[in-house]
Design a binder for this molecule. Structure first.
Ligand SMILES: Cc1cc2nc3c(=O)[nH]c(=O)nc-3n(C[C@H](O)[C@H](O)[C@H](O)COP(=O)(O)OP(=O)(O)OC[C@H]3O[C@@H](n4cnc5c(N)ncnc54)[C@H](O)[C@@H]3O)c2cc1C
Length: 360
């Protein structure tokens, strides 16, 4: 049985980015993905401007711009009782853009495949054994072998669970997401609306559709859904996707011959819309570390470099994340904050600029 240099569990943005960069470096790369693409995913569909440099290095930036999308011009925060405040987003071709995950994720996975990665869709990893080389087993009884394993399988990572590394999830909140017809005159806004039971994120994803997300505690989520049904005149038969948890403790990203990237490593608050960037960039960083190890760099120093680079990626951003989490856990606090920002908009402008500033 052929042994791969690297096996990646999960073909989302983290796994596909890692696979593409590994394949570019000439590594024998395997991706095992549970779903068959294209598939939608619980997400706000917004690409933070920090994504562009990684997409450029992947040779995909223009193709993403060619997809049906919406160039987002502003963020509007709406308080529980209605008053709102709007903040302009940076203009230009490398600003914030929204695109459906079905298109975006399929493009990334195809890029990995085109660059030479061996991609298996519809393949669920169920068991792992480490005897120097990894043996990876799937639900259908197939086995694959690899020198290094990457957990890129999202917030409920099977790889982390099978290695007893998955932190106990706090299912304090749950998210629902769907696409609905774009309301007339919605414009190119991202709307973040505080509601008594949680919050709603709304963003146009193209000329005809709106991405609608709802986040609340499990007992409150049906009330949020009723609000959305009334507010957007959605039928009771509208299909919604769901996910939980919304946050959890991070998993250490580097182990001897096992790395975690994207949501599998660290889940960030969706409110700030940065998860895809962290996924893409951590995939690139992991590929860089593994390439160096395979080319002879001392393993421990390459892994330390990877850990430092991952920490650097989040540095200066996590406090914004904590703030966002507090605001959405207690919508009245978030609402009060927006009320204050109507009088003193500088603070909200600063926070928004921090979130959408372009990384190199
Ligand atoms: C409500 C909400 C809104 C959000 N909005 C935004 C936003 O607007 N912008 C943004 O940047 N981020 C947003 N995020 C975060 C973003 O969706 C994630 O950070 C991002 O998808 C992480 O990418 P990933 O590749 O790490 O994981 P995922 O995208 O979750 O991909 C993991 C892949 O692993 C596969 N998998 C899982 N288990 C197995 C298994 N056992 N075997 C094989 N394959 C497996 C899955 O099928 C999946 O394709 C949002 C999140 C939520 C919850």
């Amino acid at each position: 049985m052929e042994a791969f240099d690297i096996a990646i569990v999960g073909g989302g943005p983290a796994g596909s980015s890692c696979a593409a960069f590994c394949a570019l470096s000439g590594l024998r790369t395997l991706v095992l993905e549970r779903e068959i693409f294209p598939r939608e995913k619980v997400c706000g569909d917004c690409l933070n401007p920090s994504c562009w440099p990684v997409l450029e290095r992947l040779g995909l930036a223009q193709q993403v711009r060619n997809f049906p999308h919406s160039k987002l011009a502003s963020v509007e925060f709406i308080t529980i009782d209605g008053p709102k405040v709007g903040i302009d987003l940076p203009p230009g071709g490398d600003g914030e853009l929204s695109v459906k995950r079905s298109l975006f994720d399929a493009l990334l996975l195809k890029r990995a495949r085109d660059l030479g990665a061996h991609v298996r869709e519809g393949t669920i990893v169920t068991a792992l054994a480490d005897s120097g080389n990894w043996k990876i087993e799937t639900q259908t009884g197939e086995s694959f072998f690899a020198r290094t394993l990457i957990g890129a399988d999202g917030r409920n990572s099977t790889v982390a669970r099978l290695r007893n590394l998955l932190p106990h999830p706090r299912r304090e909140r749950v998210a629902l997401q769907t696409h609905i017809p774009l309301p007339r005159n919605f414009g190119r806004r991202v709307v973040l609306q505080f509601l008594r039971e949680g919050y709603s994120g709304q963003a146009p994803v193209d000329e005809t559709e709106l991405n609608l997300c709802l986040v609340g505690t499990p007992p409150a989520i049906s009330k949020l859904r009723q609000w959305a049904n009334r507010h957007f005149e959605i039928g009771a038969d509208q299909p919604w996707r769901t996910i939980t948890p919304l946050t959890r403790s991070p998993v250490p990203c580097a182990h001897e011959n096992l790395l975690f990237i994207g949501d599998a490593a660290r889940v960030v608050e969706p409110f700030t819309g940065e998860g895809i960037y962290y996924a893409l960039r951590s995939g690139e960083l992991a590929a860089d570390a593994i390439t160096k190890i395979i080319r002879g760099k001392h393993r421990q120093s390459a892994l330390q470099e990877f850990t430092r680079a991952c920490a650097e990626m989040y540095r200066g951003r996590l406090w914004v994340n904590r703030l966002a989490r507090a605001a959405v856990l207690w919508p009245r606090v978030g609402s009060f904050f927006v009320h204050t920002a109507r009088i003193q908009p500088a603070i909200l402008k600063l926070l928004t600029a921090k979130i959408v500033s372009r990384e190199l």
